[in-house]
Structure formats: structure tokens, C-alpha cells
Write a protein that binds this ligand. Structure first.
Ligand SMILES: *[C@@H]1O[C@H](CO)[C@@H](O)[C@H](O)[C@H]1NC(C)=O
Ligand SMILES: *[C@@H]1O[C@H](CO)[C@@H](O)[C@H](O)[C@H]1NC(C)=O
Ligand SMILES: *[C@@H]1O[C@H](CO)[C@@H](O)[C@H](O)[C@H]1NC(C)=O
Ligand SMILES: *[C@@H]1O[C@H](CO)[C@@H](O)[C@H](O)[C@H]1NC(C)=O
Ligand SMILES: *[C@@H]1O[C@H](CO)[C@@H](O)[C@H](O)[C@H]1NC(C)=O
Ligand SMILES: *[C@@H]1O[C@H](CO)[C@@H](O)[C@H](O)[C@H]1NC(C)=O
Ligand SMILES: *[C@@H]1O[C@H](CO)[C@@H](O)[C@H](O)[C@H]1NC(C)=O
Ligand SMILES: *[C@@H]1O[C@H](CO)[C@@H](O)[C@H](O)[C@H]1NC(C)=O
Ligand SMILES: *[C@@H]1O[C@H](CO)[C@@H](O)[C@H](O)[C@H]1NC(C)=O
Ligand SMILES: *[C@@H]1O[C@H](CO)[C@@H](O)[C@H](O)[C@H]1NC(C)=O
Ligand SMILES: *[C@@H]1O[C@H](CO)[C@@H](O)[C@H](O)[C@H]1NC(C)=O
Ligand SMILES: *[C@@H]1O[C@H](CO)[C@@H](O)[C@H](O)[C@H]1NC(C)=O
Length: 478
């Protein structure tokens, strides 16, 4: 593509000064060395550098020349030509190099502006040469570039005598006008179903949708629940779903899952505590405690029979009466008090007894008893007089009369006897002169009485005795 034979004007001027200096030196040598004047002048005019050693040996070598170039005993640079001369040789740097022939360096044609690239081309220096490439938007061989009308997003392909434009991948059009292909809307992308496709100029990219992870062409669901990147409440279940997750409040809690509050089952009456139980709300639940007086697990409470279970505090002299959830105590008959403390009622002194008037009332613990008074018989509440006389339980003397009284009896000595009734002794009416025997009678005491017998000579019943003479007299009276 580049032409290394064409050199820049500045380089030619440098070379001309060098050549002129060399020609001046050589002309002096020509004057001295007349033998090879024509031959040497020809050589000097074409070469810029002559070796001093070669110069010195020219006269000696003229007779029998050795080709140093052929025999490789020269000291030319690898980037130089070796030209044999009579008796010597000349080193000349190759085109694209500069130096004295023994040491040659690459000429940077691009920076020293000795290239022939087009103004609309890039110059690229190479070892010993350079290359030219048309800038984008231009087409040509580099030394000659012409503007093309390919789109910025097209390849410009040079052809024989022309060029053509091909839209770059991701673009569509005739080359002179290329527009981006929206791979996303035309569905020619390879994004995952769970990815966003983002169209870019000439291409597209894939971004996994929220809740998915991956490189876009392959997206997998993020398990937010196990990865702990959810915002579910501490009292909620986290349920992973495709691309997302769901929060559900735990049983006993109410809310949207992100915020869950305890349900008070007790106040909202959604508990199953027994009617006879306390409902106690807890975090997420509740518990049931049977009310005092009831036993059970709380959901089912049954009355405790404190009376039979002997867990009551009724007085020993009280009745225990079980009730739903409790019990009550009633003092036994004969006792008074509140039931837990009962004291004996003294029916005798408080006159609430039913003893007979003729009975003794005897108070006992919780009751009393009635005992018929002496002289009476019965159960105490009803007492009847004992007739000691007929029942022969008296102690009257045999010679006494027994006289029953209410509750007792008395004894009266029979006539003719004297004493207190229980002991009676015969009265001797005869000696005590309380008889009525006639004066003319004999008094004869007997047990309980006496009898009178008319004295002899007298006749009569004893209480009245008349003499037998007297009888005559009596008759005389008549
Ligand atoms: C480069 O192209 C120009 C114009 O077509 C032509 O004149 C020139 O000779 C070409 N150079 C080379 C080295 O092909
Ligand atoms: C080398 O010498 C030969 C003959 O002597 C000549 O033809 C040729 O041009 C010379 N080359 C250079 C680079 O001077
Ligand atoms: C057009 O040129 C570009 C780069 O120079 C090349 O990659 C492409 O294959 C060429 N296209 C054709 C159809 O020649
Ligand atoms: C463009 O040029 C390239 C290289 O010469 C050729 O292969 C291709 O077929 C051309 N394309 C068109 C559309 O002419
Ligand atoms: C290329 O396409 C553009 C837009 O459709 C149009 O304006 C232009 O004339 C076309 N060029 C060629 C060479 O077909
Ligand atoms: C990618 O595309 C989606 C819709 O397809 C859009 O919501 C999102 O903002 C885009 N992202 C960027 C970074 O443009
Ligand atoms: C994908 O394309 C959008 C839209 O051009 C861009 O904003 C985003 O940075 C791109 N993302 C990546 C990962 O290249
Ligand atoms: C995307 O990831 C999948 C699975 O890891 C892999 O097979 C694929 O080569 C990746 N693609 C790119 C463009 O990295
Ligand atoms: C949530 O997941 C649990 C087990 O992890 C399951 O028992 C429950 O039915 C799920 N709930 C919903 C609403 O998907
Ligand atoms: C249970 O609730 C009742 C009233 O509903 C209350 O009196 C009782 O102290 C509570 N018990 C506990 C252990 O919190
Ligand atoms: C019932 O709940 C109360 C209040 O939180 C608590 O103090 C009590 O220990 C619980 N009782 C049982 C049997 O769990
Ligand atoms: C409570 O006790 C009742 C009756 O014994 C029984 O049916 C019920 O299952 C019990 N409930 C619980 C939670 O133990």
C-alpha cells in the first residue's frame, strides 16, 4: 500500500548537504589519485558514506580485488546493502532506514511525515516501512481515501473500484442508513422468561426480574424466605413463590403478614374456654383456666363437689351443700352460726324445747332431752302422773290411807292409828280415854280400835250399860 521510494523534501535537503561535502573531499582525492579518476568519481557521486579504512586500502587493493560482500567479511548493518568496489566495499542503509551503513535505524515515516498516506488515513509505522489505512467513514487503499456514505453503524467493504456498506450486527437497513434492531420487541433475544429485556444501540441486555437471580439469559427464583431477605413479620409464615414470596400471619395473629398483631381471642370471643373458666390471652394464643370451684382443662370445666371432696370449711356441726362452683354451710339443727362456725343452741334456757311441764329439760350438743319429773311417767314431752297408790309404789304404812297427788302422793294413818302415814301405830283409846265406852263398861283396846263390854251386872252394848236392878227400877218408873 505505501511507497518507500518517495521521500520527503526535508530529508532530501539534508542529504544534498552531505553529498556536496563528500564531493568536495572526493575531488581532492581525484586530483591525488588520477588513476581511477573517472571510475571513482562515478562511485562517489552515488554514495553518501565512504569507509575510511576502505579509502586507505584502495591503492593496494586495486591490483587484486577481494569481494568483501560475497565473502561476508564486511561490517554492513543487517538493514544495509553491501556493494563491493575495487579493493573495498560500500555499505548503504536500505530504504526506510538511516545511518552510515554499518549501523542503520528505522525511519518513522509517520512521525517524520515522509509517508504518502491520505489525509483521511491513519499512518502506521512498521520496521523499515509504514502502512496507511483509511479512517472510518472513508474508503480507499490508504494513499488515496474517499469519503463513503455508509452509516456509522455499518461496515464499509471495499470492492474493485467501489465499496459497499453492510449494517453492523444488531442493525438493519441498506447500509447507508442503519437502524437499531429492537431485539426485545421483535423477540429475537435470549433473555430468560423471568428477565427484563433492555434494548441498547446495536444490542440488548437481559436483567433478571425482581425476585430472580442470574445473568439474565438464565434466571432462577430467589427464595426470599430461606435467604432471609423478606419483610414478613416475626409472627408470620414466609411462603416463597415464583419471583416473590408471601407473608401469612401465624395462627393467633392478624394482619397483612408484614405486620401481624396478636388476636385477643378472649375479648373477641373466638376462644373455646368453658363458660366456667377464665380466658387468658397470650401472644398468638390464649389459655383457659377453670374458675375457682371448677376443675378441668379449661375447655371443659366441671364443678368440684367440695362437700364430698372434703375441701370445704363447714363446721363439724354444719351441713355442707354443694353448689355450682362453690358450696354453702348450714348449721345443723340445734346449732346456730354462719355455717363455718356453729355453736350449740341451749333449747332449755331459750325455751324452744317441747318438754312437758312436768319434765326436766336437759340440753345436749345440738339438741336436748326431756325427762319426766319424779312422780310422772312418759317420754318427756308428755308426762302423766304416776298413781303411786294404785301402782303400789308408795311407802304408806299398812295402817294408812294412800292418797295420790300430782306428781306424788301422801299417806294418812288410818283412824285408830297415829303417825306420819308411812309409819302408823295403834292408838290405845282405852288408856288415852278417847273412847266412848260406858262408864259401866270395860274398854278393851284393839288394833286400830277398841271395844266396850258392859261390866258385869250391866247390860248393854258397852257404850250404854244399865244395871239389871236398875231394870226393875226402870220398870217401876213405868
Ligand atoms: C491507490 O489508489 C489510487 C486511486 O485509485 C491509485 O492512483 C494508486 O495507484 C493506488 N496506489 C496503490 C499503491 O495501489
Ligand atoms: C552496487 O554496485 C553495482 C555495480 O558496481 C551498481 O550497479 C549498483 O547500483 C550499486 N548499488 C548501490 C546501492 O550503490
Ligand atoms: C466487510 O468488511 C468487514 C471488515 O472489514 C469484514 O469483517 C466483513 O466480513 C466484510 N463483509 C463482507 C460481506 O465482505
Ligand atoms: C460487498 O463487498 C464484499 C467484498 O467485495 C462482497 O463480498 C459482498 O458480496 C458485497 N455485498 C454487497 C451487498 O454488494
Ligand atoms: C437506503 O435507505 C434509506 C432509508 O430508507 C434511503 O433514504 C436511501 O435512499 C437508501 N439508499 C440506497 C442506496 O438504497
Ligand atoms: C429495562 O427494561 C425494563 C422494561 O423492559 C424497564 O422497566 C427497566 O427500567 C429497564 N432497565 C434499564 C436499566 O433501562
Ligand atoms: C442494559 O441496558 C440499559 C439500557 O440501555 C442500561 O441502562 C443498562 O446499564 C444495561 N445493563 C447492563 C448490565 O449492561
Ligand atoms: C448464564 O448462566 C447460565 C447458567 O449459569 C449459563 O449456562 C450461561 O452460559 C450464562 N450465559 C452468559 C451469557 O453468561
Ligand atoms: C405456606 O407454607 C406452609 C409450609 O411452609 C404451608 O403449610 C402453608 O399452607 C403455606 N401457606 C400458603 C398460604 O401458601
Ligand atoms: C387470667 O385472666 C383472669 C381474668 O380474665 C385474671 O383474673 C387472671 O389473673 C389471669 N391469670 C393470669 C395467670 O394471667
Ligand atoms: C396463661 O396465660 C397467662 C398470661 O399470659 C400466663 O401467665 C399463664 O402462665 C398461662 N397459663 C398456662 C397454663 O399456660
Ligand atoms: C379437655 O377435656 C375434655 C373432657 O375431658 C376433652 O374432651 C378435651 O379434648 C380436652 N381438651 C384438651 C385441649 O385437652
Amino acid at each position: 500500500m505505501s511507497d518507500p521510494t518517495i521521500e520527503s523534501p526535508s530529508r532530501e535537503n539534508d542529504r544534498r548537504i552531505l553529498i556536496m561535502l563528500t564531493v568536495f573531499i572526493c575531488l581532492i582525492a581525484v586530483v591525488i589519485l588520477v588513476i581511477a579518476a573517472i571510475m571513482l568519481s562515478l562511485i562517489i557521486s552515488r554514495n553518501n558514506d565512504v569507509d575510511d579504512d576502505a579509502k586507505g586500502s584502495k591503492l593496494d587493493a586495486a591490483v587484486q580485488d577481494i569481494d568483501e560482500c560475497e565473502t561476508s567479511i564486511h561490517s554492513c548493518d543487517v538493514n544495509a546493502f553491501c556493494n563491493n568496489t575495487i579493493g573495498s566495499y560500500i555499505c548503504t542503509c536500505n530504504p526506510g532506514y538511516f545511518g552510515n551503513g554499518k549501523s542503520c535505524l528505522d525511519i518513522n515515516e509517520c512521525t517524520t511525515n515522509v509517508h504518502n498516506c491520505d489525509a483521511n488515513a491513519f499512518c502506521d509505522n512498521t520496521d523499515g516501512s509504514y502502512t496507511c489505512a483509511c479512517s472510518p467513514g472513508y474508503t480507499g487503499n490508504g494513499t488515496s481515501c474517499a469519503g463513503h456514505n455508509c452509516d456509522a453503524n455499518a461496515f464499509c467493504n471495499n470492492t474493485q473500484g467501489s465499496y459497499n456498506c453492510t449494517c453492523s450486527p444488531g442493525y438493519t437497513g441498506n447500509g447507508t442508513s442503519c437502524i437499531d434492531i429492537n431485539e426485545c420487541t421483535t423477540n429475537i433475544h435470549n433473555c430468560d422468561a423471568n428477565a427484563f429485556c433492555n434494548n441498547t444501540q446495536g444490542s440488548y441486555n437481559c436483567t433478571c426480574s425482581p425476585g430472580y437471580t442470574g445473568n439474565g439469559t438464565s434466571c432462577i427464583d430467589i427464595n426470599e424466605c430461606t435467604a432471609n431477605v423478606h419483610n414478613c413479620d416475626a409472627n408470620a409464615f414466609c411462603n416463597n413463590t415464583e419471583g416473590s414470596y408471601k407473608c401469612t400471619c401465624s395462627p393467633g395473629y392478624d394482619g397483612n403478614g408484614i405486620s401481624c398483631t396478636d388476636i385477643n381471642e378472649c375479648t373477641t370471643n373466638v376462644h373455646n374456654c368453658d363458660a366456667n373458666a377464665f380466658c387468658n390471652n397470650t401472644q398468638g394464643s390464649y389459655n383457659c383456666t377453670c374458675s375457682p370451684g371448677y376443675t378441668g382443662n379449661g375447655t371443659s370445666c366441671i364443678d368440684i363437689n367440695e362437700c364430698t371432696a372434703k375441701v370445704h370449711n363447714c363446721d363439724a356441726n354444719a351441713f355442707c351443700n354443694n353448689t355450682q362452683g362453690s358450696y354453702n354451710c348450714t348449721c345443723s339443727p340445734g346449732y346456730t352460726g354462719n355455717g363455718t362456725s356453729c355453736i350449740d343452741i341451749n333449747e332449755c334456757t331459750t325455751n324452744v324445747h317441747n318438754c312437758d311441764a312436768n319434765a326436766f329439760c336437759n340440753n345436749t350438743q345440738g339438741s336436748y332431752n326431756c325427762t319426766c319429773s319424779p312422780g310422772y311417767t312418759g317420754n318427756g314431752t308428755s308426762c302423766i302422773d304416776i298413781n303411786e297408790c294404785t301402782a303400789k309404789v308408795h311407802n304408806c304404812d299398812a295402817n294408812a290411807f294412800c292418797n295420790n297427788t300430782q306428781g306424788s302422793y301422801n299417806c294418812t294413818c288410818s283412824p285408830g292409828y297415829t303417825g306420819n302415814g308411812t309409819s302408823c301405830i295403834d292408838i290405845n283409846e282405852c288408856t288415852t280415854n278417847i273412847h266412848n265406852c260406858d262408864a259401866n263398861a270395860f274398854c278393851n283396846n284393839t288394833q286400830g280400835s277398841y271395844n266396850c263390854t258392859c261390866s258385869p251386872g250391866y247390860t248393854g252394848n258397852g257404850t250404854s250399860c244399865i244395871g239389871k236392878l236398875s231394870c226393875l227400877m226402870y220398870l217401876k218408873l213405868f
